[in-house]
Unconditional design. Structure first.
Length: 149
């Protein structure tokens, strides 16, 4: 999942010619963008004990002039919450028959799965405009620096 901005490369090349620090502008935009998506994912995340919500983290890396921002979770059941399970999975690959499992108290439960409760994908898609504004902020800051030279 990602967001692309058409024509940005040409614009940034021109700004760099004028002495702007494009890498810093894009890194700052990426940091702001991941903060926006992380906040939204935490707000949209279903809560039982709070472990999933607390595990939503953001990071960025720069490798060979490519800046990548990530909002992730390391909780093993996160995909089951996002995409659902069994009959309800959004990918259509869930188990199609009911199954049973035993609770710690010895009682048995029969289930068809859990309905999806997306929180990551909407956090990205629903914040597209804010993400673009975060990059705009970083770029405009560099334009102002160039203008003040």
């Amino acid at each position: 999942m990602g967001i692309e901005i058409n024509g940005l490369g040409v614009f940034l090349a021109k700004l760099e010619e004028l002495g702007g620090n494009i890498d810093k502008a894009l890194l700052d935009g990426t940091k702001r963008s991941t903060a926006i998506v992380q906040k939204s994912a935490k707000e949209g995340c279903p809560v039982d004990l709070g472990q999933l919500r607390a595990s939503i983290m953001r990071d960025h890396e720069v490798k060979m002039n490519v800046i990548t921002g990530k909002v992730t979770t390391d909780v093993e059941y996160s995909a089951y919450v996002e995409y659902g399970t069994g009959l309800y999975t959004t990918k259509g690959t869930g188990r199609q028959t009911p199954w049973r499992y035993q609770l710690p108290d010895g009682n048995w439960v029969t289930t068809h799965g859990n309905k999806p409760q997306p929180y990551m994908y909407p956090a990205l898609i629903n914040n597209r405009e804010q993400i673009l504004k975060a990059y705009e902020w970083g770029i405009l800051r560099e334009i102002k620096k160039v203008g003040n030279k």
